[in-house]
Design a protein around this ligand. Sequence first.
Ligand code: GAR
Length: 211
Amino acid sequence: MLRIAVLVSGGGTNLQAIIDRLEDGTIRNACIRLVLSNNKNAYALKRAEEHGIPAECLSPKDFDSRQQYNKALLKRLQEENVDLIVLAGFMVVIPPEIIHAFKNRIINIHPSLIPSFCGTGYYGLRVHEAALKKGVRVSGATVHFVDEGTDTGPIILQKAVGVRQDDTPEILQRRIMEEAEWQIMPKAIDLIARGKVHVENGRVRIEEEDE
Ligand code: GAR
């Protein structure tokens, strides 16, 4: 059974999608051991508690330095013997020591089709503002492994979503969540939990796609 930690900062709708797919059996062979937030007011923590999942806040504000925070975060994840770390709207940069300790075992959801509208400064609504400013006809979401760069790791799944002329950043964000994020994140976790995802030469190969 794959032991998952989900790291969150805000509303936690992606966390909710994961919980729902675990509860209805769509995600097989996995369980959430821990939900961790950097923000004590994150609604995601409540969602976890409502489903009986251990949830806690680990805030950088409670540590003297970022280095101490990073150390505590790594320790907490190792204590739970986590196999996979899922970044579901976690707005904290993952330090190299955690990336190395969990090589190809950290995944992130990003609300665009990487390599568009990603990297430093592109998070949350800003991604959709940039997409609308550019006038793209198609955007979407990407689940990828986390490496040392920002949004540069091997891509696991992507799903495209059409952009409409009258979209606002908020409307586009919501449609991308509903049509892409809440689907590809649980699907990626299920594939990983069943050992179907392999990283080869910096790219992802998914077994079931070959069958
Ligand atoms: C999601 O749209 C996710 O893709 C985005 O934050 C939102 C979190 O929503 N992540 C990023 O922008 C990462 N660069 P949620 O808390 O409701 O899941």
